[in-house]
Design a binder for this molecule. Structure first.
Ligand code: ATP
Length: 210
């Protein structure tokens, strides 16, 4: 376990659907780095936070929950092609998610933490991060991975991809890139970046007398 750090760098990890964010983040987690998955956090808040539940039912109706469980497919169908409804849902879920995420950061003790999210740039939640790692992968491989993983058709995967900003633009906005395209080995890239982030965290703490 890595302990004794006073300033924790907050690093984001992002990339297009199916690029391998979770897979790459899992390698960082193996190195002792705490990882927060924004999607899982938002889901648990929709499930457990009483005022969020009430606001969702008020906005979308009782069908938003079935037997006390969030009805993901119903909500997805409401917001998928309706930017206004998406905005309504985000305005309910985002503030509570940001608070829970900040609370989680305060509980960690590590040189840096990772926040994994598909939509940092789209949602404006890149603010407050010390840097963002992009996971890059060709579109054709991403489509194949998601078709295999989620048993979806090519058209269904493309419809999801079209909800996100273009992958090459997303990578341009990132500070570091991990290439997870099965042409270059991924784990050595993670190890190298991990060392660089450890040095950056130490340097930051020393230069700020922390
Ligand atoms: P989403 O955008 O849906 O959140 P993601 O970017 O987190 O997905 P993963 O779930 O990590 O992507 O990976 C998508 C699929 O591709 C998974 O089935 C995963 O096992 C596989 N995969 C990811 N990276 C690799 C790799 N380097 N080699 C082989 N398979 C991989």
């Amino acid at each position: 376990m890595i302990t004794g750090f006073f300033y924790m760098l907050k690093i984001g990890i992002t990339g297009g659907i199916g690029c391998g964010k979770s897979t790459v983040a899992a390698v960082f987690a193996q190195l002792g780095i705490p990882v927060l998955k924004a999607d899982d956090l938002a889901r648990s808040i929709m499930q457990e936070n009483q005022s969020v539940r009430e606001a969702i039912i008020h906005a979308f109706g009782k069908d938003a929950y079935v037997d006390g469980q969030v009805n993901k497919s119903f909500l997805a169908s409401k917001v998928f092609n309706d930017p206004h409804q998406l905005l309504v849902l985000n305005s309910i879920v985002h503030p509570a998610t940001i608070k829970a995420s900040n609370d989680w950061v305060l509980q960690q003790n590590a040189p840096y933490i990772l926040k994994e999210a598909a939509l940092f740039f789209e949602s404006g939640s890149a603010k407050g991060l010390d840097g963002i790692i992009g996971v890059s992968c060709s579109k054709s491989l991403r489509i194949k991975r998601i078709m295999d993983r989620d048993h979806l058709s090519r058209e269904q995967v493309l419809a999801r991809m079209n909800q996100q900003i273009d992958e090459s633009l997303k990578m341009k906005l990132c500070d570091w890139i991990i290439y997870n395209n099965e042409e270059e080995l991924m784990i050595p890239q993670v190890l190298e970046l991990h060392q660089s982030l450890l040095q950056r965290a130490t340097h930051y703490s020393e230069s700020n007398n922390l």
